[in-house]
Design a protein. Structure first.
Lengths: 250, 257
């Protein structure tokens, strides 16, 4: 198991977001975490890379419990991860080239020519060759996400995390991102975990889906099993049907 | 009323605690990580060169008004030639460092808090962390080191311009004898007066950098959050400079009599 999450709990003030989340991920697996908005999907994803510390529970990455490690101790663990943020989170003071080559330039393990070649390769992988000198402000939303993806894979991490990769994109751009995620997973053989509430995307990019509901893992199934499920909570979410009684009470 | 007081107290102690943790992290970074000198030089340019006009105008006009007011009062007791000595000691030990500190807090503190705050709300700081870069090494330390190095230089510039402007006002506008006014200034201004001011500038620089970085790094979400962080960085830095100046004056008077 490359990731093992055991009984993780997290509250923000009086709001208990995660109430005992347990799951594990095998190396090379393509996983999706789904759930309603605000159910704690992104919070859970940020726990995996140590951006948020759990109140209790364990998060083991490649056998090492990262809960409670400080920033410096977390750095080698984070080197295993690449993350695509919801807003792409490109450094707006840097060019596309500097963004994508950020880790490579810092580590200085390769020559400038090798780094430039790697940047060109990953930009080619996401279909954006020749935009090295552009600034993030000059790019569209879809292009920013693709550059974010290129930055996440440039230093060949073992685990890729995607936080709402298709949110805010038009259907064509969302499809492009889905195809890219599939291509990256197949080509680079990385473990992939995506958080989304886009069911079409979840079905396409993952082989296993976890559903987060009321702070716990409610379902852990293959996409086909999930889409055929008769469980009312899963059925309503998958088919986008609101709970009228609950809405009226609200 | 009690709840409000408790909330303010909690926020204040929380802020002091965060500041202390940030100071510890900066010290740890300076000991364990390489300082990114390229970033430090860029920040020195931004903090130092870009603050020239503000600091120069503040220093010159404070020196001029202090000179004029002192000369008006001293004229009543026929002590006009001591005017520049008062300006020199006042500018060197108190007004120079404090006013430069306040100007830097207003210009640089606001910019640091707004820049880091925007980076936080757009997840750029989280992105740095996931790319195995420590934001303290990458963002805070260069700003801290640059502010610490630039503050004394800006203060010395402000003091020199203040004294020069005061000399021009005293001699050419108020007609005070230039030889005596210059002699008295040299005679009554001691090394410790200037040293007091220089020591204060390092502390004021650290105050501006730590408070502004802390406000930026812990900025609440949204445009309103960035705005609030920016305002708080300027207000808290300015208040802390003014309060600490009083205690520093008492302490340094004992250490450097």
């Amino acid at each position: 198991m490359i990731i093992e999450v055991r009984d993780v709990k997290k509250s923000f003030g009086s709001l208990a977001v995660l109430q005992g989340v347990t799951f594990s991920v095998e190396k090379g697996e393509a996983l999706c975490i789904i759930g309603t908005s605000g159910c704690g999907k992104s919070v859970l994803l940020k726990h995996l890379v140590g951006l948020i510390t759990p109140d209790s529970g364990e998060i083991a990455i490649d056998g090492r419990n990262i809960a409670g490690l400080d920033e410096r101790e977390l750095m080698p663990v984070r080197r295993m991860f690449g993350m695509l943020f919801q807003s792409a989170a490109l450094f707006d003071s840097m060019t596309v080239e500097e963004n994508v080559g950020f880790v490579l330039n810092r580590e200085r393990k390769s020559s400038p020519q090798e780094i430039a070649q790697r940047i060109e390769d990953v930009l080619d992988l996401v279909g954006l060759s020749g935009i090295q000198k552009k600034m993030p402000a000059e790019l569209s939303g879809g292009m920013r996400k693709r550059v974010g993806l290129a930055r996440a894979v440039a230093y060949r991490p073992q685990i890729l995390l995607y936080d709402e990769p298709t949110t805010g994109l038009d259907p064509i751009a969302a499809d492009t991102i889905d195809q890219l995620i599939i291509r990256v997973v197949e080509k680079l053989k990385v473990t992939s975990i995506a958080v989304t509430h886009d069911m079409r995307s979840a079905r396409r990019i993952s082989r296993r889906i976890l559903m987060l509901h009321e702070g716990r893992i409610y379902a852990d199934q293959t996409p086909d099993e999930l889409f055929k499920s008769a469980d009312p909570v899963i059925y309503r979410f998958v088919n986008g049907i609101s709970d009228q009684e609950k809405e009226v009470k609200k | 009323m009690t709840t409000l007081a408790t909330q303010y107290a909690r926020e204040w102690f929380g802020g002091v605690g965060r500041g202390a943790i940030l100071c510890r992290d900066i010290a740890s970074s300076l000991l364990h990580a390489k300082v990114r000198w390229r970033d430090v030089i860029y920040q020195m340019y931004f903090i130092g060169v870009k603050s020239q006009s503000v600091v120069a105008i503040t220093g010159a006009f404070t020196g001029m008004v202090l000179c004029a007011q002192t000369a008006f009062q001293f004229h009543k007791v026929k002590m006009d030639t001591a005017t520049l000595a008062v300006v020199s000691v006042g500018m060197g030990s108190e007004l120079g460092p404090v006013l430069t500190g306040l100007m830097v807090a207003g210009r640089v503190g606001a910019a640091i808090a707004a820049e880091l705050g925007t980076m936080r709300v757009t997840e750029q700081i989280d992105a740095l962390r996931t790319l195995a870069a420590n934001p303290i090494d990458f963002l805070v330390v260069p700003r801290f080191v640059a502010t610490l190095l630039v503050m004394p230089l800006l203060t010395v510039e402000s003091i020199c311009l203040g004294i020069l402007a005061a000399y021009i006002v005293a001699v050419f506008l108020l007609g005070i004898n230039s030889t005596y006014v210059w002699y008295n200034m040299i005679h009554y201004t001691h090394t410790n007066d200037m040293l007091t001011g220089i020591i204060k500038t390092f502390i004021f620089g650290a105050i501006v950098a730590v408070i502004s970085c802390d406000k930026g790094m812990n900025c609440p979400d949204g445009a309103e959050g960035v705005g609030r962080a920016t305002t708080e960085a300027v207000v808290y830095s300015s208040i802390t400079i003014l309060i600490s100046n009083f205690f520093l004056t008492l302490l340094l008077q004992r250490l450097l009599p």
